[in-house]
Design a protein around this ligand. Sequence first.
Ligand SMILES: Nc1ncnc2c1ncn2[C@@H]1O[C@H](COP(=O)(O)OP(=O)(O)OP(=O)(O)O)[C@@H](O)[C@H]1O
Length: 261
Amino acid sequence: MDQPIIRIRDLQKSFGRLTVIDGLDLDIAKGEKLALIGPSGSGKTTILRILMTLEDISGGRIEVCGEPLFHMSRNGTEEPANDAHLHRMRRHIGMVFQHFNLFPHKTVLQNITLAPVLTQGATRADADRRGRDLLDMVGLADKADHMPSQLSGGQKQRVAIARALALQPQIMLFDEVTSALDPELVEEVLEVMHRLARETDMTMLLVTHEMGFAHDFADRVLFFDKGRIVEQGPPDQIFTAPQEDRTKSFLRKIIAAGQRV
Ligand SMILES: Nc1ncnc2c1ncn2[C@@H]1O[C@H](COP(=O)(O)OP(=O)(O)OP(=O)(O)O)[C@@H](O)[C@H]1O
């Protein structure tokens, strides 16, 4: 692998006495599409939140685009060096959450243009133009002037994706983006993510309980359990010929519950 866009070494994360990430090593290549799967509580979301600097770390090292994400502070904890460093690092990464977190009193277009204008100094005209292009890309060109309350859950999530893309990140993190949606709205969101995966060279990390989607979407699937990567490989290998007992038993339960893998 050339210089990885994300490099994680011996990452540790505890909440009090609970160890959630336990010595994680991971290199992610630029443009790679990764799916993180595994039982509830295995630490998948925590990894995304750490990369987004929404959580600090208990030990180890993370580099994003060749730069450390955290520095050891004087009191011995790892944290972003200062606001300027944090701001610079956050520009690399966008995240879409399970709950869309749109600003309820802003229009759809304003939701998308607010951050580029406020944090990246974009002109209103440029932000509007790009915002409308992104709405077109997620199939919501006609909803620019609607309020979030007028949208379905699937539409809200597509706005949230457009909003994250408006900051032009190199890396996008998707945390269970369809799990709060009614089943009939899931497909429209997955379709947008498929298109992003196929048509852009963005690096994408997806935490999901939808194994069929992970299979179709990812270049590499990581199976997590208890804060460690138990097994990883191309989707065909993980889903049709898993090697580890814990992966096999996890997938057996998923299949028994009627899910496509
Ligand atoms: N802020 C927090 N304080 C204390 N414990 C936390 C906190 N955030 C997460 N945890 C715990 O860390 C563990 C890992 O949580 P995490 O959300 O990363 O798992 P996950 O694999 O994403 O699970 P799921 O698939 O259910 O989303 C869980 O036991 C969770 O309860």
